[in-house]
Design a protein around this ligand. Structure first.
Ligand code: UD1
Length: 451
């Protein structure tokens, strides 16, 4: 279906019409005084994008699941609310979640919550596989693109589900006289992370063998497979383009620790690069960061693996331009595109950044330009003419990673940046203010301001 749209056309039309939304929720601001010099060690939190599907996967289990290293984030709270609304019981203890989703009161997820968090749609797979029916609202578009769910729906149909979409609700049933989904061969038209996860979870309890071809290879997909395997599922090939799942009748409880967040780790590596600083980050899985590390090295920094799960970044002599194109894993991650562009804005020479995954992911550009960057966007490609320095300005974040980009720019900029959009950051960066302060950044949150 991705052939149906032209990213360039969508991007152009959206850029011309959309302005940042200044709702009351945006009123808190973060003041950052730059330029910063960072030093020290940073603890990387558990991966948000592993934690969210892992929470949904607990629906498959017949017992209480313990998930460890779950970051305290707004998105995790929203997913918790979705599970609670379905009837699950959740206990939160620091970064550990105990979830009993073995019995649900309802198979219908509430629209008010699903619309806030697209990943909660992924629960449709486990609900349907375990209870034979699921009613989950269409999550709708978001700040970075239209984000349809057609691949999830087609895949569930291939597994034998009957799916009707009415009044914005996806109603899925195991059809006919069958009580379980039926294993099938599914070829995804695009290696969607969410569709791979939805279908892999659904197939764990299906009758027979499922093969998902052109599956997403992201580390979070592999982590979810490992969680399901620890619950008794029979899955091979996760992390490659072909995943095979032999369905089992039942999955049991699990105690599972999720992987570190490679996007948070990449963001801190950029923070060190943009401020010419030396820091250590851990825990990380260095392999998960290969594409980002290789681009940071072409910019001019040195990255050393200190132990099996820690990286030290050392400043280079100067920052040089490079070109980036976002791709599904193992390519350069779309979630690092905006943060990396903040860095490229002060790298000497001309860089290009091409976004191929989402059609509306350049909304940080105008704000970076307000901070002195020289970036022009044509279609889905940004051309960045490196400037010697950025200058502080009042800026507004429009989504999670765009906000991270502006914070990174503020670290390098001279003067006081006032950043509006903390609620976006708290969706994906655990204790971001505390971590930045620990590294030596001068910042202050101001809770309510008139603009
Ligand atoms: C996940 C990540 C997100 C990341 C993205 C791409 C989570 C919770 N979120 O999102 O941080 O940016 O992967 O790495 O894990 N698409 C369709 N039809 C579908 C599904 C997707 O056309 O049914 C399109 C999307 O609109 C998008 C592209 O495929 O253009 C990639 O989306 P997908 O990989 O599904 O991203 P998410 O799983 O939503």
């Amino acid at each position: 279906m991705r052939e149906d749209r032209t990213i360039n056309q969508k991007l152009n039309s959206i850029e011309k019409t959309e302005k940042p939304n200044l709702s009351p929720i945006n009123q808190s601001i973060l003041k950052i005084w730059g330029p910063s010099h960072l030093q020290g060690n940073i603890n990387i939190s558990g991966a948000k994008n592993s934690a969210l599907p892992a929470m949904a996967a607990t629906i498959l289990s017949s017992g209480v699941c313990r998930l460890r290293q779950i970051p305290c984030l707004a998105d995790i709270n929203t997913m918790g609310k979705v599970l609670s609304a379905l009837g699950a019981k959740i206990k939160h203890n620091g970064n550990t979640l105990d979830i009993d989703a073995s019995i649900l009161n309802t198979t219908e997820a509430p629209y008010e919550l699903v619309r806030q968090l697209r990943a909660s749609f992924f629960a449709i797979g486990p609900i349907l596989a375990k209870w034979g029916k699921a009613h989950v609202p269409l999550p709708g578009g978001c700040a970075i693109g239209a984000r349809p769910v057609d691949l999830h729906v087609k895949g569930l149909e291939a597994l034998g589900a009957e799916v009707h979409i009415e009044h914005g609700m996806v109603n899925a049933y195991i059809s006919g006289s069958k009580t379980r989904l039926q294993g099938a061969k599914i070829v995804l038209g695009y290696p969607s992370v969410g569709a791979t996860e939805t279908l892999m979870m659904a197939a764990t309890l299906a009758e027979g063998k499922t093969i998902i071809e052109n599956s997403a290879q992201e580390p979070e997909v592999e982590d979810l497979a490992n969680l399901c395997i620890a619950m008794g599922a029979n899955i091979s090939g996760a992390g490659t383009k072909t995943i095979e799942i032999s369905g089992v009748p039942k999955l049991h409880a699990v105690d599972y620790t999720i992987i570190p967040d490679r996007i948070e780790a990449g963001t801190f590596l950029i923070a060190a690069t943009i401020t010419n600083s030396e820091i250590t980050i851990s825990p990380v899985v260095p392999k998960h960061l290969s594409a980002v590390i290789s681009k940071l090295e072409s910019v001019g920094v040195k990255i050393q693996q200190e132990t099996s799960d820690s990286l030290r970044i050392l400043p280079g002599e100067s920052l040089k331009c490079t070109d980036i194109e976002t791709q599904p894993y193992p390519g350069f991650p779309t979630d690092m595109q905006a943060p990396f562009m903040a860095l490229l804005s002060i790298c000497s020479g001309t860089s290009t950044v091409t976004e191929t995954v989402f059609e509306n992911r350049m909304r940080h550009v105008s704000e970076l330009n307000r901070m002195g960057a020289d970036i022009q966007v044509k279609g889905n490609t940004a051309t960045i003419q490196g400037v010697p320095k950025l200058s502080a300005a009042p800026v507004i974040g429009t989504d999670l990673r765009a906000s991270a980009a502006l914070i990174l720019a503020a670290l390098a900029a001279e003067g006081e940046t006032t950043f509006q959009g903390i609620h976006h950051l708290s969706r994906g960066y655990e204790q971001i203010e505390v971590k930045l302060q620990k590294l030596g950044v001068k910042l202050q949150r101001v809770d309510s301001v008139e603009r």
